[in-house]
Design a protein. Sequence first.
Length: 428
Amino acid sequence: KKNVAIWVGYVGTDYKGLQIQRGVAGIHSVENELEEAIYKAGGISEENYRHLDKVRWKRSSRTDKGVHSLCTVVTMKLEVAVNSWLNDVDGIKIADAFNAYLPANISIFGVVPVTKSFDARRSCYSRTYDYYFPAACIGINNESSSEDVDQRIQDFRRTLKSLEGRHAFHNYTVRRLYRKSQRRGTYSPSRNLIADEESSEDEEPSFKDTHDEQDNPAADIGEERGAGRRAYWLDESEEGKDPVKASHFRNVAKCTCEGPEKLNCPSSVVRIRVTGESFMVHQIRKMVGTAIAVFRHVLPEDAIPVSTCRHARVVLPLAPPHGLVLSGNSFFPFRGGYTRAKGGTGGYFFSKLGIQVSSQIAERMNSFWLEKLAPVISSSMNEEEAPWSQWLESLELNRIDDLEFANLRDAWKQWQNMATMRRYSDEH
């Protein structure tokens, strides 16, 4: 056996997410297909088949129903000959042996050897997602002047930039999934969700298919307190009933947009690119939904800074999954073998290795994007048809009451003032 990293891409439309779900009827995931294909090709033994824990199966990121990927990395102990990479450093032959048993909407781009300690989830320190949506959502159409397009893109970038940095994104996820049980130190509740994005926590929340309750863009975030209210303040004395933990804080390194572009469809498309250490379930789709709502004046301009305050509770819109693609991963280097310094003098030192997208793997990724993934995304980019027509209609119908948000804003400003006074007092 050899510990390997497998580069995988897939069109998520027909699957209930990436993660395999044992014993749950009607749940067909990407990992179901991967496990079956690798087993049929001889990469998993009969003894370990349907026991992925025995082959130390780990993935760099998880995706929800309908979400796509160009660069998921899976690590596992593969049944393979040691010399399999002679004259084939990217493991293309191994990848194609697996692809022979995979449907056309899933593809393995390469299989590369890694050290025993390399773990796709723990070794991944940065993830990048692209989100595509119709440019008409921010007022750009085929008749828009170049000046109007540039201005709208600049304005939208400013809205997105307010999401950058380390914030409490508790309003952008299902909060209960990221709280640890006081008794066991594990995530509660036992009810699960397939995650849109990966959590960086040492103990991952376990996820089961209840995502349909979240498909309504204006759906409540599922917390028992505050039912019926869409925006309210929770002070420290009340926070114990709906706590915000350290795991709700996430660092978004970059959030910007490019476009518009055609993407082989009549309507222009805007691409948002988000990079961060890790993301919670629904976080990126709620970030996108909130940014579009702010731009369209469905939410007030200060909705983002208010909603990222740990005491604020706000129901935020959830954008459709159809345009979300995992497009990049960055991994910590791992230790290779001993290497003598250049010139052959001096002692030996550990060389640092890492997994990177080679030109050959990148070419295979690009082909999958052009032939399989881009056409699927472009087919859903008409703002006058589902899912976007329904989402935009629901967005308008589920506005937060102005007075309700004004009360939240007043409490937020008062909290800011008190925090400023405390800092001044501490400094003097």
